[in-house]
Design a protein around this ligand. Structure first.
Ligand SMILES: [Zn+2]
Length: 160
C-alpha cells in the first residue's frame, strides 16, 4: 500500500446518483467523468485513463451491462409492439411484415449500438451502490501516477 496516501484520497466524496448516471449515459468514467474510455466501439479500456478507476471491479462484473443492454432492447421492442397495436386499432388490415422486420433489425442493431453505454451505465450504477474501497483508490492512483509498477499482478488482493 502506498505510504503517502493522504486523507483526501480516502475521504473522496462520492458523486450523487444523478451525476453518476449522467456520466454513464454519456459513455464517461463514472468516477471522474473523463471520456475516451474506448478504443473503437467495443473495446473498453481496463482503467480510466484520467483517474485510473478499474471498470471491471470483480470477475463477471459486466454481466450487469448485458442486463442493461437487454432491458434497453426489450423496452424498444415493447414500444414497437405498442405502436403496432395502435396502428392495428386504426387499420385492421395493417400488415405484420413491416413491424417484424423493424423488430428483427432492432433486436440485432440496438444491442450493438448501446453496448458501450450499457457498460458505463452499469459501472455508474455499481459505483453508486458500492463506493470505492481504499485498496481500489490506491490502485487507481498507482495506475495513473505509475507508482507500484511491476506488481500489477495480484492486484485487488492488497489492503484487504
Ligand atoms: Zn475516471
Amino acid at each position: 500500500m502506498a505510504e503517502d496516501l493522504s486523507a483526501d484520497d480516502v475521504l473522496e466524496p462520492s458523486p450523487s446518483w444523478t451525476v453518476l448516471m449522467g456520466r454513464g449515459l454519456r459513455k464517461r468514467c463514472p468516477r471522474c467523468g473523463a471520456r475516451g474510455l474506448y478504443r473503437g466501439w467495443f473495446h473498453m479500456l481496463e482503467r480510466c485513463p484520467a483517474c485510473g478507476f478499474k471498470f471491471e471491479r470483480e470477475p463477471g462484473f459486466f454481466v450487469g451491462a448485458y442486463l442493461i443492454n437487454f432491458a434497453i432492447v426489450e423496452g424498444l421492442l415493447f414500444v414497437l409492439v405498442m405502436a403496432f397495436v395502435v396502428v392495428l386499432a386504426n387499420d385492421s388490415r395493417a400488415g405484420i411484415v413491416v413491424p417484424l422486420v423493424i423488430g428483427a433489425v432492432l433486436a440485432v442493431a440496438a444491442p450493438l449500438a448501446f453496448y458501450p453505454y450499457s457498460r458505463t451505465i452499469w459501472s455508474a450504477i455499481d459505483l453508486a451502490a458500492t463506493p470505492l474501497e481504499l485498496a481500489e483508490i490506491v490502485e487507481a492512483r498507482e495506475a495513473v501516477t505509475g507508482e507500484g509498477k511491476g506488481d500489477s499482478k495480484g492486484e485487488g488482493d492488497r489492503g484487504r
